[in-house]
Design a protein around this ligand. Structure first.
Ligand code: MRU
Length: 365
């Protein structure tokens, strides 16, 4: 596998660059305006990074984690601490600010913890502030590089499940925009299959309310030459009944050790329907999305601005599709119980049922 991973890394030419680190700023492809406009958001401060994550300039679990990691580095660029002690205080406050941006995707907390632990490890040696900053910059870059490596492996494991001519049902955008690399998690098997000479097509539900499917997945798949059909979220059942898809592949924002999967609202519907129709349902995510500590009752499902449901994002900007004052419930993630999941594909391999046993095995726990 190692040779193939290296070869695919060399061959892989992303068409999009959602996250670019420039040494003193982070340049983010602003996903609020896609696919109509290509705009970039420059983050130079922790407040900028927090705004970018909270307001969905950048979104998707791995991309949020990578952005937050660079946000930690930016805190030192911004505040210019004079001592290592001051630097650690700056990092503590940056970590607190960034952790408050979005509650569900665990990659955010994972990346912040990893960056902070690196800082304390360096601080106990005789490092200067400059050395501490360089070490953190390297760590953030490593998190970014490891993500691409993980996705190529996920792509190879996932591609084994796909045959020439297959059609994959996905949800939301778990593609290159959501991970920062251009490859993605749920999309990795599709791109890898193409690189290996197989043709696979995709059915993408629009994914209300924020329309990640309609605006982002369709945009990136078509840009990469993948035959893609857009459906309304409400068409998922019929698409399965008519066998217009062979397999479901979705990303994840958090996976618990017992196999519960948090992902974009609507994932649960797809999983239950797939179970009913006997269609394999796979979750694809790097192991940084696995939360070894939490139980279902600990995880907060993010609820966002009611206006996201009252409006639609169009090429005319944001337009109301209902009464401005109608009460709204807007949970943006759901949780799928393990019994509906055929397997979880990570860079370390595929965990199948029983997930509570096989996920631990995969992690050597
Ligand atoms: O609210 P979003 O757009 O950040 O939600 C994204 C998702 O739910 C993705 O499916 C998940 O983060 C996996 S991304 C590889």
């Amino acid at each position: 596998m190692e040779k193939l991973v290296e070869e695919l890394k060399r061959k892989f030419r992303p068409k999009i660059k959602p996250i670019e680190w420039k040494g003193d700023k982070l340049v983010l492809l602003d996903q609020r305006f896609l696919p109509f406009e290509t705009r970039y958001f420059e983050a130079r401060t922790v407040a900028d990074v927090a705004e970018a994550i909270r307001n969905m300039v950048v979104r998707g679990a791995p991309a949020i984690g990578i952005t937050a990691a660079f946000g930690m580095v930016l805190s030192l660029v911004e505040k210019k601490p004079r001592t290592v002690e001051e630097a650690l205080n700056t990092l503590t406050s940056a970590k607190e600010t960034l952790a408050k941006t979005r509650p569900t995707a665990v990659n955010l907390f994972w990346a912040l913890e990893r960056m902070y632990n690196k800082a304390t490890e360096i601080a106990t040696s005789t490092a200067t502030v400059d050395e501490l900053k360089s070490a953190l910059e390297e760590e953030a870059k490593r998190i970014f590089e490891e993500e691409l490596d993980a996705e190529i492996r996920i792509g190879l494991y996932g591609a084994e499940l796909l045959e020439n001519g297959d059609t994959v049902l996905t949800i939301c955008n778990a593609g290159g925009l959501a991970t920062g690399t251009g490859l993605g998690t749920a999309t990795a098997p599709i791109y890898v299959s193409m690189m290996l000479g197989k043709q696979v097509s995709v059915v993408a539900p629009e994914t209300r309310p924020w329309q990640q499917g309609a605006r982002l997945t369709v945009y990136e798949l078509i840009q990469n030459g993948v035959p893609t059909k857009l459906i309304a979220d409400t068409a998922v059942g019929l698409v399965m009944l008519k066998r217009l898809v062979n397999i479901v592949m979705v990303g994840a924002d958090r996976i618990l050790l017992d196999g519960h999967v948090y992902n974009k609202i609507g994932t649960l519907n797809e999983a239950v329907l797939a179970h009913e129709f006997g269609i394999p349902f796979y979750v694809l995510a790097p192991t940084s999305t696995i939360d070894p500590k939490s139980r279902v009752e600990d995880v907060e499902i993010e609820e966002r601005d009611p206006d996201e449901v009252r409006t639609a994002r169009s090429n005319q900007g944001i337009v109301y599709v209902t009464l401005k004052e109608v009460p709204v419930y807007n949970p943006v993630f759901d949780v799928t119980p393990p019994k509906y999941i055929t397997g979880i594909i990570t860079e370390k391999g595929v965990a199948t049922q029983p997930l509570y046993k096989n996920l631990r095995k995969l992690l050597n726990m």
